[in-house]
Design a binder for this molecule. Structure first.
Ligand code: PHE
Length: 370
């Protein structure tokens, strides 16, 4: 072993970080460094034995080869040592550091392995457990009934047409025989966007749009959303309608009756009676409201049918010949009928739902029943 004396000055440098206690003034040689390294190693080995997990392991890593550890500081300050000590100090410190490092790595591997195995054990799947099922989505009841009604009319030869929900005053009212001063306008509680633009209050404007762009014969149904400023048990600001329109040569009220009776029997059942009650709509003449017999009381009268024995399901009538002048049809040549129904109302009657607002509240307890 090479021994070397160091000057006071040099010892001071070595002392700088207070890590070189060993290099006290009276022991100015490499022996002391070696002893200190050996002590470090012994302490380390002893402590490593007691380490129980990765966190503890990390602590001794910091203690023995962390930035502030004796070994690392020695290595960092090696340049300040006298030339004859440098190589030995460097070599000894490095060897010690490497040993500590590799011992820690070995230990780390063992701990990681244990940890991994524990994790596997915890995460292992119990194949005997029953699966957790996720809810199945399905169509909203309104869409289901719209599709069912579409099927019924498609079966009778109808086609499906659509129109815009943001409509002009002209199509929603004017061309449907409802000029500005017409009292029927006040029944609609319209959402106006500007003086002439509005949210359609019914699907009837599509009658005009379709007639404008098609020549008879035509048989269409028009499903869609409509809007009215209303909110209570039987009104919501948005609801769904299906419009029907048939135009051809020689269409009469008998055709209208047969079509709507057939529809009512399909959707509510063959045992239900259907009646046509005179009514008024600006765009049909004559007009009727169509009722089916109440299924709750069998026609005797109850709370649901307000004692009448009948439930109103739709509005209908022969297309007022006045409308043909708006679309360029000749009223001498063609005639037709139209009808319109609220889908939510049909659903309410069919399933005994007493509050229209339920359709739009998205309560799963309600939705999941259909
Ligand atoms: N559009 C009418 C309404 O919303 C219903 C209707 C349509 C009546 C077609 C007659 C003919 O009340």
């Amino acid at each position: 072993m090479q021994r070397s004396e160091i000057s006071k000055q040099e010892a001071k440098i070595l002392f700088r970080d207070n890590t070189y206690k060993i290099m006290s003034k009276k022991e100015k040689n490499i022996d002391q460094l070696e002893k200190k390294i050996k002590t470090e190693l012994d302490n380390f080995t002893r402590e490593l034995e007691t380490v129980k997990n990765l966190i503890e392991l990390d602590k001794i890593r910091t203690k023995y080869i962390g930035k502030k550890s004796f070994l690392i500081k020695t290595l960092k300050n090696i340049g300040d040592l006298p030339d004859d000590i440098k190589p030995i100090a460097g070599k000894k410190s490095n060897t010690a550091r490497n040993k500590i490092e590799s011992d820690i790595l070995k230990k780390e591997k063992i701990f990681k392995n244990i940890e991994y195995k524990n994790k596997l054990r915890k995460e292992s799947i119990d194949l005997s457990l029953p699966g957790r099922s996720t809810g199945t989505g399905r169509k909203n009841i309104i869409s289901q009934v719209v599709e069912e009604i579409e099927e019924i009319f498609i079966g009778m030869g109808f086609e499906i047409a659509e129109g815009p929900e943001v409509e002009t005053d002209y199509y929603n009212f004017e061309a449907l025989n409802t000029p500005r001063d017409h009292p029927a306008r006040s029944l609609h509680d319209t959402f106006f966007i500007s003086e002439n633009i509005l949210l359609r209050t019914h699907t009837s404007p599509v009658q005009i749009r379709y007639m404008e762009s098609h020549k008879p014969p035509l048989l269409i149904i028009v499903p869609g959303k409509v809007y009215r400023r209303d909110y209570d048990v039987s009104h919501t600001p948005m609801f769904t309608q299906i419009e029907g329109l048939v135009i051809d040569k020689g269409i009469n009220f008998g055709n209208l009756k047969w079509t709507l009776e057939t529809f009512a029997h399909e959707i509510f059942g063959k045992d239900r009676k259907v009646r046509f009650r005179p009514h008024y709509f600006p765009f049909t003449e004559p007009s009727a409201e169509v009722d089916v017999s109440c299924n709750i009381c069998g026609g005797k009268g109850c709370r649901v049918c307000s004692g009448s024995g009948w439930l109103e399901i739709l509005g209908a009538g022969m297309v007022d010949p006045n409308l043909y002048s708006f679309v360029g049809y000749n009223p001498e040549e063609v005639s037709g009928f139209a009808f319109g129904m609220g889908i939510e109302r049909i659903c309410m009657l069919r399933y005994g739902i007493d509050d229209l607002r339920l359709f739009f509240e998205n309560d799963l307890r309600f939705i999941n029943q259909f």
